[in-house]
Design a protein around this ligand. Structure first.
Ligand code: KIV
Ligand code: NA
Length: 263
């Protein structure tokens, strides 16, 4: 099977909704691969896999390591890897150097970066040099310290224009899709109707051209569930129960049994 390509995703604008989830891990990625159009190796892995308080501390090497794991574990979906904070903002050439490393060392098909108008020059620079870019606007978690927290965007209509301008800027710069995170529905609808590339929503309503969730969130592994997450499976309690029974059986010497023993 050939992998889904960047142009195939771009052509889905206004069509069948684009399905996406994050994955950081070969075995979960293999499952997601059977159902998703693209898989994001998100820098949310800093929080989900490594217990960080935000994504700000995630190093490039970690993105590369998890990106490689997901590429190895999949064969069908387009793999997109997040550029972490500090690896691309300084200049287009720094961004190119780091994004090229990510592409070469993971085998992914595209990178994602946060920022709208301010990143347009960089998006163009990368795209023109062979690196497809997914943009990410609205609530941008890498800017948590500037925003003073994770805040839903566009609650006042007066705040809409800068987000609209961001969406237009990343489109004009050559981004093949854009993540809209944490924004009110009418703003997401207006952006989606106003640009020619697919919008991928997370906490941005059904008006988007596709949806993404953090896999661990929708599987019930996050002890805190944000409003925009729908929990499709309760893996937390399932893991808890399995670990508890294992612990009990080891203590009772009822595991391993005959079935697990080499004679
Ligand atoms: O890091 C991430 O998981 C993301 C998605 C939630 C869009 O950027
Ligand atoms: Na991210």
């Amino acid at each position: 099977v050939r992998r889904t390509t960047v142009p195939q995703i771009a052509r889905r604008k206004g069509g069948e909704p684009i399905v996406s989830l994050t994955s950081y891990h070969a075995h979960t990625a293999a499952i997601v691969d059977r159902h998703a159009d693209f898989i994001l190796v998100g820098d949310s892995l800093g929080m989900v896999m490594h217990g960080m308080e935000s994504t700000v501390g995630v190093p490039l090497e970690l993105m590369i390591m998890h990106g490689r794991a997901v590429v190895r574990g999949t064969k069908k979906a387009l793999i997109v890897v997040d550029l972490p904070f500090g690896s691309y903002e300084e200049s287009p050439s720094v961004a190119f150097r780091n994004a090229a490393r990510v592409m070469k060392e993971t085998g992914c098909g595209a990178v994602k970066l946060e920022g709208g108008a301010r990143m347009a020059e960089t998006i163009r620079f990368l795209t023109e040099r062979g690196i497809p870019v997914m943009a990410h606007i609205g609530l941008t978690p890498q800017s948590v310290h500037v925003m003073g927290g994770f805040k839903t965007q566009g609650r006042q209509e007066a705040e809409w224009e800068p987000h609209m301008a961001d969406a237009r800027a990343v489109t004009d710069a050559g981004a093949f899709a854009v993540v809209l995170e944490g924004m009110v529905e009418p703003l997401a609808a207006k952006i989606t109707a106003g640009i020619a590339i697919p919008t991928i929503g997370i906490g941005a309503s059904v008006e988007c051209d596709g949806q993404i969730l953090v896999l661990e969130d929708m599987l019930g592994l996050n002890p805190w569930t944000p409003k925009f997450v729908k929990v499709y499976g309760q893996l937390g309690p399932m893991i808890e129960d399995s670990v508890k029974r294992y612990a009990e059986e080891v203590r009772a010497r009822t595991f391993p049994t005959e079935d697990q023993v080499y004679r």
